[in-house]
Design a protein around this ligand. Structure first.
Ligand code: 6LW
Length: 496
């Protein structure tokens, strides 16, 4: 079976997956966005549907004032005795959290903060006696501590899950084979061995997967020969930064590793427009050690298109807002999505914006928007510093490209109440230019039945390397004044 790669396109880093009977549930990181930590479901490992999210309510994550790139980092999802467990770091926020749910779709609990655990990337596993172990990276992300960003390798403690507290002072169990940031540990009892799968080398080009094994979950751990067992570093593979893996027994009883990677473009493969996505690769076992196939690029064929016409009783869980719930800035009403302005702009930490992941390298979003009660339109955003938008209102359509120290704005007179706006990411025209750049982003409007491009901007500014971002492109709707009513939102994308 050839599995599609990316498995979950668009910004979906730090994947963790669990199998329950014939069902697979996969969770990824969402940082400052809410709903936080989507849960994707599949039975065949090919088709994945978002069935819910862990953090749907205010207070589950402290993202209201988290710095950019803080928030929900690196979940581990597991299942035991009828209950789903998810442990995660709320970076620069609540700390190391434990959530539970009877159904993966939710609702998930409010989340308890682990007492005595100071680090990131928690993993949860139980031994044969039912003791719960939390294994985590000792990176300190509490800026209040003098040891901020100091690394202490991989740590572990037995934990009490009812009271969410460490039952011992965390012990050091391994530090990888010398790459920076040993992190993302996951521990598994397979056959006679406990396997520790970690990431090291940092989440950029040096990223890789290293493995160690022991007879007990506490170690001592013996490193595999040839670590990192999986890495794209120094190669010209189309998928780079591969690492941060989680093992699972796939639908045909074969071991699979889900992991993160990027699809960089440009002559020097320097720019990843969509951020870190979820990929999958196959695992072979020999002499009690796993080996991993290099991650292949096998994108889904054809054009993916869908329309949200906002007729459903609830907003699709793929819509996300920044440091707030979508409900705090928009509502379904009479077949439209009404987005309310609140004096903020896209350059603010908490914009009046709801968006969804850009899933394809070539993609276009279109919306039909009634601006008779305000001003607003479409935006593509990395964060509050890097965003492009096209908005209408007050007799004008305005296209804007904002990156630090630079802003370009183009206006077009427009008197109608209803406007169709479009943002398109596409390959640049011409071979020479194409070889050098990632993509261009067109900001367009349909005026008098004719599509007019107001601005055409270099897509490299909206890439994870330029924005130094843990997230990816998010495309959606923004209100700047009053409120706007969005009749429909179309997405069309292809990786071809
Ligand atoms: C994640 C960690 C990482 O927790 O990035 O650089 C963090 N490494 O594994 C956010 O995705």
């Amino acid at each position: 079976m050839t599995l599609p790669n990316p498995l979950l396109p668009g910004f979906n880093p730090d994947p963790s997956v669990v199998r329950v009977g014939d069902d697979f549930y996969l969770a990824t990181s969402t940082f400052e966005y809410l709903p936080g930590v989507p849960i994707y479901h599949s039975r065949d490992f090919v088709t994945w549907t978002q069935v819910g999210a862990v953090a749907t309510r205010v207070g589950q994550l402290a993202v209201e004032d988290t710095p950019t790139a803080g928030g929900a980092w690196a979940p581990t999802i597991r299942y035991r005795d009828g209950l789903f467990h998810l442990v995660i770091t709320d970076a620069f926020g609540r700390g190391t959290l434990h959530f539970t749910a009877e159904r993966a779709e939710g609702p998930w609990s409010d989340g308890m903060v682990f007492d005595g655990i100071d680090g990131i990337d928690p993993d949860l596993v139980w031994d044969d006696e039912g003791n719960a172990y939390l294994t985590f990276s000792g990176l300190r992300v509490n800026p209040a501590l003098p040891t901020f960003m100091q690394h202490r390798g991989l740590l572990q403690a037995k934990v009490d899950l009812v009271e969410a507290r460490a039952l011992e002072t965390p012990r050091s169990i391994w530090s990888g084979v010398g790459g920076q940031f040993p992190e993302a540990p996951h521990l598994y009892h397979i056959g006679d061995w406990w396997y520790l799968v970690i990431a090291e080398g940092g989440t950029e080009r040096g990223h890789g997967v290293s493995v160690a094994r022991a007879h007990s979950p506490e170690g001592p751990f013996e490193a595999a020969a040839g670590n990192p067992l999986l890495t794209a570093r120094g190669t010209d593979r189309p998928i780079q930064n591969t690492g941060h893996g989680d093992l699972v027994l796939g639908p045909d009883g074969e071991w699979l590793l889900v992991l993160l990677g990027v699809r960089p473009r440009s002559m020097t493969r320097a720019f990843s427009a969509l951020g870190r996505e979820t990929f999958v690769t196959t695992v072979e076992w020999a002499d009690g050690w796993p080996s991993f196939e290099p991650v292949q690029l096998t994108p889904r064929e054809g054009v993916v298109s869908f329309r949200d016409d906002f007729d459903a009783p609830e907003l699709d869980p793929a819509w996300m807002a920044v440091r707030r719930t979508p409900e705090s800035t928009c509502a379904l009403s009479g077949g439209s999505l009404v987005v309310r302005a609140d004096g903020s702009t896209l350059s603010d930490l908490v914009p009046a914006f709801v968006g969804r992941r850009q899933l394809h390298q070539t993609a276009s979003v279109r919306a039909r928007v009634d601006v008779s009660a305000g001003a607003g339109g479409l935006a593509v955003r990395y964060d509050e510093r890097f965003h492009y938008s096209i908005v209408a209102g007050a007799g004008q359509i305005v296209a804007r490209g904002a990156i630090p120290s630079f802003e370009r704005v183009v206006g077009l007179p427009y008197e109608e109440a209803i406007v169709e706006l479009e943002i398109r990411s596409r390959r640049p025209d011409g071979e020479a230019f194409e070889a050098r750049t990632s993509d261009v982003i067109e900001l367009a409007a349909v005026v008098d039945g004719r599509r007019t491009v107001l601005l055409e901007l270099d897509g490299r500014y909206l890439s994870s390397e330029t924005a130094e971002s843990f997230t990816g492109r998010v495309v959606g709707l923004v209100a700047l004044e009053g409120s706007i009513a969005v009749e429909w939102f179309d997405y069309e994308g292809t990786d071809a």
